[in-house]
Design a protein around this ligand. Sequence first.
Ligand SMILES: CCCCCCCC(=O)SCCNC(=O)CCNC(=O)[C@H](O)C(C)(C)COP(=O)(O)OP(=O)(O)OC[C@H]1O[C@@H](n2cnc3c(N)ncnc32)[C@H](O)[C@@H]1OP(=O)(O)O
Length: 252
Amino acid sequence: MTSAPQAGPGAASTANTPDAADAPDAPGDGAATSADGARGLAERAAALGRELATALVSAGDEARLAAQLRELAARLGGLAGPAPADGTPPADTRARPAAHHGQEPASRSGAVGPDEDDSPVRRGDITPISSPRNPLAPPLVIEREADGSAVGRASLPLQYQGPPERVHGGIVCLMLDQVLGSAAHPKGAAPAYTRVLEVEYLAATPLDAPLTVRGWIERTEGRKRFLAGTVAHGDTITARATGLWVAPREAG
Ligand SMILES: CCCCCCCC(=O)SCCNC(=O)CCNC(=O)[C@H](O)C(C)(C)COP(=O)(O)OP(=O)(O)OC[C@H]1O[C@@H](n2cnc3c(N)ncnc32)[C@H](O)[C@@H]1OP(=O)(O)O
């Protein structure tokens, strides 16, 4: 399983790649910008989105779910603040038309697209596994170790379940793809893409438990980087992977 990087794989992890650190919406060293504000608001809203997803898959009682929905809606509305006096949203935040069959989609990512195709958002981390501003992501927090390996940490709630009490195997694979992909990009390395990813599922990966995902480069041959990695819960390795990341020929 693979996932498409939004602007080269180096842009996709949290603070562990030059691209992410240099992205225009990365934390600056001075005054807060509009992009900083948008990111902070998006991250707080995404956290509520995660709570909503957990509530939706957990609910067995209609009245309790309704109460949770009301509470979340109030918190979400509170984040947005009061509406403009005349009730109209600023022009650049209006929802674009939804995509329909036979029509040009409003954006590659859905009905309400980024502000522009070259928006700073596209160069930041918006992946569905590691981005704090993407409510699909747990998020998996990825850091770079001194030896160049990458380590991701997360605890996955119920919406990531496959078999009862276990993380879905595709999500395990997604975590590995992201972390190995991060490890595949030492500082200054040309962007490379997942060519091969093989995963062995050795034991149950538990829900709601701290997980550690590791990835490292085994060897490099020209534009090919051979990776390995693991998913662990405590001392138990629940999955291991090997993969090949390849830089396109034109990258030199
Ligand atoms: C920061 C972290 C972000 C991480 C994001 C998560 C990672 C991702 O999701 S990446 C996105 C998903 N992946 C993609 O979109 C990649 C799609 N594939 C491609 O674009 C191309 O296949 C690309 C650029 C990778 C390689 O293209 P190309 O060079 O034409 O491929 P190809 O020649 O077939 O193979 C490249 C090399 O790999 C070798 N190879 C292929 N399969 C294997 C294999 N199973 N074992 C060993 N070697 C292999 C080939 O022999 C070849 O080697 P050589 O050049 O020495 O002959």
